[in-house]
Design a protein around this ligand. Structure first.
Ligand code: SF4
Length: 368
């Protein structure tokens, strides 16, 4: 019997009620396009099914804001995905914004088979949400959403962002402690990184927005995250992701371990084990191509065996399980990085330290 991990299925739902100033994920604000999106998605699902006859063990509804889908549209999505085989006990995640979470939506998630919610809390500080991040939800909406998710028995993952203008270490400590107190089993903690071309990026470039904290402050907040969350029983299993034992995100681990995944929807990425490709980030062009029976790719990349080895090395350096030391070509450089406290040995493996996680990009450059 094969012990190969099963692939993951990702659905990009490209609708947001309002574009956040720092976000460069592909989404549109016109929710009147949901019906035509679902029609095109059905065509793409049928087209791709010919190549993906396998069983999946994770399904991830990401975006955009999948939580914007009303129950009847979510049911249509469920019907569209019926031809795809999901293993029993699959991980089925929906990304949700606190302001979208209602009892009716949560009930529709349970009917769909969703068992995990990745909630975009971002901050438990009203000042952080409104001024630091320009988000429209309130802390009380977040608390209401958490209550509904937990009452339905769904596993809760909380997304937080640090490094917003005016944020103090005390603010961040409070955010982390709030997250640990609300029965989350998984916490993602990302540094605020304004994507090029976003409103925040341009505002900072042109100097009409308050600057973000200096690099040293970001490093301090990053290291605090590990200290506080590990004291509360969370393991940093990836640079920005923490979980209670057994609650690591199965779907996202596939990206970091080079397990195949199929992405459907505009801007969705796929990896079949050899090729990596992405749909065009344009809802109209993606739909039109499917209407004429084809897919519209933004890019396709064939990965050579050498590239594959390098990718695995670089991705493993982002994970707490690290990699076998003998996979590193430059053993002198490896010894240097171990002596510098970036990595440590655990039997035959090398594992990033907290300092190593902080310098993940540096490690990748040094060992590439
Ligand atoms: S951060 Fe989330 S809610 Fe905001 S625009 Fe991006 S995908 Fe939409």
């Amino acid at each position: 019997m094969s012990s190969e991990p099963l692939p993951g299925l990702y659905i990009h739902i490209p609708f947001c009620s309002r574009k956040c100033s720092y976000c460069d994920f592909y989404s549109v604000e016109d929710t009147s396009l949901i019906q035509s999106y679902l029609k095109a998605l059905e065509l793409e699902a049928r087209l791709q099914k010919r190549y993906w006859q396998c069983t999946f063990d994770s399904l991830y509804l990401g975006g955009g804001s999948p939580s914007l889908l009303p129950p009847d549209k979510l049911e249509e999505l469920r019907q569209i995905l019926l031809p795809y085989k999901l293993a029993s006990k699959s991980e089925v995640t929906v990304e949700a914004n606190p302001e979208d979470v209602t009892l009716e939506k949560v009930d529709s998630w349970v009917r769909f088979g969703i068992n995990r919610v990745s909630l975009g809390v971002q901050s438990f500080s009203q000042r952080g949400l409104a001024q630091g991040l320009g988000r429209t939800h309130s802390v009380s909406q977040t608390k209401g959403a958490i209550g509904l998710i937990l009452k339905a028995g769904l596993s809760l993952s909380i997304d937080l962002i640090f490094g917003w203008s005016g944020q103090t270490p005390k603010d961040w400590e409070e955010d982390l402690l709030c997250a640990t107190r609300c029965q989350a089993s998984h916490i993602s903690a990302y540094t605020l990184t304004p994507g090029p071309g976003t409103k925040l990026f341009l505002g900072l470039e042109e100097g009409f927005l308050n600057p973000l904290p200096e690099e040293e402050t970001i490093a301090q907040l990053f290291l605090m995250t590990g200290e506080i969350l590990s004291a509360e029983g969370f393991n940093r299993y990836e640079v920005s992701n923490f979980a209670k034992r057994g609650h690591e995100c199965r779907h996202n681990l596939k990206y970091w371990k080079r397990v195949p995944y199929l992405g459907l929807g505009p801007a969705a990425h796929s990896f079949d084990g050899i090729k990596r490709y992405a749909n065009l980030s344009d809802l109209t062009a993606w739909s039109l191509a499917l209407d004429s029976g084809r897919t519209h790719r933004g890019f396709i990349e064939d990965i050579t065996p050498d590239q594959a080895k390098l990718e695995l090395l670089l991705l493993s350096l982002r994970l707490s399980e690290g990699l076998p030391a003998n996979k590193v070509r430059d053993q002198d450089k490896l010894s240097e990085l171990i002596a510098g406290g970036y990595l440590f040995r655990d039997g035959t493996r090398i594992i990033p330290s907290e300092k190593g996680f902080l310098a993940a990009d540096y490690l990748a450059r040094e060992l590439a």
